[in-house]
Design a protein around this ligand. Structure first.
Ligand SMILES: [Zn+2]
Length: 256
């Protein structure tokens, strides 16, 4: 079970990567308290170690493409909160997991956010797939989740932002992902908003290492056939972006 979970984590949540080439909006020297550094999860062309292209969707598309769709929207100035400095790093910039952490700690943003999309355990996926798109098993493998860690340097602020983001996702029709708690045994601190505290054995490298308040958002579950269709639409992507922005605005308002 534990090896299975570790493999799943490597596949999705810890393949957290990026590099300097292709940054959106970089250039100003940090730190800035009203700044957010947003990384698209995974790498378009990983070369080694835990870096991957992320989870596969029901139809076989790769996660990093979905993550980049969200960061591309957030890179548009019209989609940014006035007075907040955004720096967006797409997966196509191919920054490794270690490089991502080093870069974030050099930039010292007021908030670090990483964008991901979710999957499930291979055996559960195989059973659901064998039963077809109408299988009730998909009801256990769906939804969004928000991840912070009590092991983070800024655990309290990270938890605060996670709560704000979870609320904004729910407000916009998001379904909380409880699979990680009920099937994988992760520590869920708020089932209504799908907030998870990533502590051993489910720790995340970036959440342990980054010194700024830091959160990972799983926007939804790509492995679920119906949800993949929804997550592929600009309408759903814009709702996710709106949730992120509203949470950012409230977070910086609360920390002024
Ligand atoms: Zn991922």
């Amino acid at each position: 079970m534990q090896r299975r979970i570790i493999r799943a984590l490597l596949r999705c949540l810890s393949g957290l990567a990026l590099v300097a080439a292709g940054l959106y909006g970089a250039g100003e020297p940090g730190p800035s308290p009203r700044s957010v550094l947003i990384f698209s999860g995974h790498m378009a062309n990983p070369t080694n170690g835990p870096d991957t292209r992320g989870a596969a969707s029901f139809k076989g598309r790769l996660e990093y493409e979905f993550n980049d769709a969200i960061t591309a929207l957030l890179a548009q100035p019209s989609n940014q909160i006035p007075g907040v400095t955004y720096e967006l790093v797409p997966a196509t910039s191919n920054m490794s997991l270690k490089a991502r952490v080093a870069y974030a700690n050099q930039r010292q943003p007021g908030l670090y956010l990483e964008i991901h999309h979710d999957s499930a355990q291979p055996d559960d996926l195989a059973k659901a797939r064998s039963e077809g798109v109408g299988s009730e098993r998909w009801l256990q493998m769906r939804g969004f989740s928000v991840h912070y860690s009590e092991r983070s340097a800024r655990a309290r602020q990270s938890e605060t932002f996670a709560g704000l983001l979870g609320t904004e996702m729910i407000v916009r029709g998001g379904v909380p992902n409880l699979y990680h708690a009920d099937r994988e045994g992760m520590r869920c601190t708020d089932r209504k908003r799908a907030i998870y505290d990533r502590i051993p054995p489910h720790g995340l490298f970036v959440l342990y290492q980054i010194k700024s308040p830091c959160v990972v958002l799983e926007c939804g579950t790509l492995a679920n056939p119906q949800e993949e269709i929804e997550l592929s639409t600009v309408e759903r992507q814009r709702l996710i972006v709106a949730a992120i922005n509203q949470a950012i605005q409230k977070f910086f308002g609360s920390t002024e």
